[in-house]
Ligand binder design. Sequence first.
Ligand code: GLU
Length: 392
Amino acid sequence: MKQISTRVHNLQPSPTVALTDKTRVLKSQGLDIISFGAGEPDFATPSHITEAAVASLRSGFTHYVSSRGVSDLLDAIASHLRSANGISIEPTKEIIVTAGSKIAIYMSLMGLLDPGDEVLVLDPAWVSFDPMIRLASGTPVHVALDWRKNFRLEEKVIEAHVSPSTKAIILNSPNNPTGQMLSLDELKIIEKLANKHDFYIISDEIYDRITYDGAENISPASLPGLKPRTLTTNGFSKAYAMTGWRLGFVAGSQELISQILRVQQHVVTCATSFVQAAGVAALNGPQEPLEDMMVEYRKRRAFIVDALNDMPGVTCPVPAGAFYVFPRFEGLSLSSQELANRLLEESLVATTPGSAFGQAGEGHLRLSFACSLEDIETGMARMQKFLSRENH
Ligand code: GLU
């Protein structure tokens, strides 16, 4: 038989999704795994959101809807973007509701790239940016940020990776895996470079509602100098604990959005009809459930950061947003992949190796604290024991 697609064959499976699947299997075999792997809130979807979808289903809202999205949801997203992100958007022309925010990023790349176009990826970067760029026939260009400089952006480092083929940069703030958030000064660097070298911005803001100590997400599209060239993607999975619902959106100029709409029409038609009713309830309904989740995340963040910093050879910065910590491990003669493997096999603790987020993440592990405080306590005790053994 003929060779199947080499482009797909050459892709690695998603380390985060594969780890989640593996952990699920190990747990089903009765192993007492503590999972810091999946970036998935452990909370139930708030009931008013679920009820809105059930009511929509019962009313027979089960057919195709507009490819752009249901108008109530487009309006809700536009007003949310205005009030929370400072982005003024025309709901009927500048937004597409998507089946999750992953496909919003992927379709944005499909809409922007021609073969050979380069896309800047700031490492450590979420595991799927690179494969998505390749699938969309682009070339990822990795910009390694330095942990010694707290992974902050530097103009000269980014500019050294820009070429005439640079078509876009992907930003992700709050960041997965580091929990860092881009400052206004850093966005000004992006603005300067994007305008000087004429490239687009895809801004993945999936964690924008999960921030700590008053840190505020600054959306690139809220800067007038970036707005025309920015696609903002976001979704409902993290803020509203709706990972399985698959609901997200992309917002940008009419020209960019109409290009992406062609992709959506051919590959998905529309996001699931009754799930969009849930999205309206999420954005327009009470926000207390999100605040309740934040109360828990704050406690968990404080505990896990302290516990990790107490371990021998471990330095764990305090994340400004999202629900990940990205500690650095010194003095071990293990790669992050080996460390993650051994922690899973010997201590039954699942973590994601830093190298999954690019070479700049080597020496680190990513731990998601979207799990119970009790699990965090048990997991930290196991890691402490493992590291004390290894360091002797
Ligand atoms: N985004 C989450 C993570 O990084 C969920 C899995 C995935 O989509 O990669 O763990």
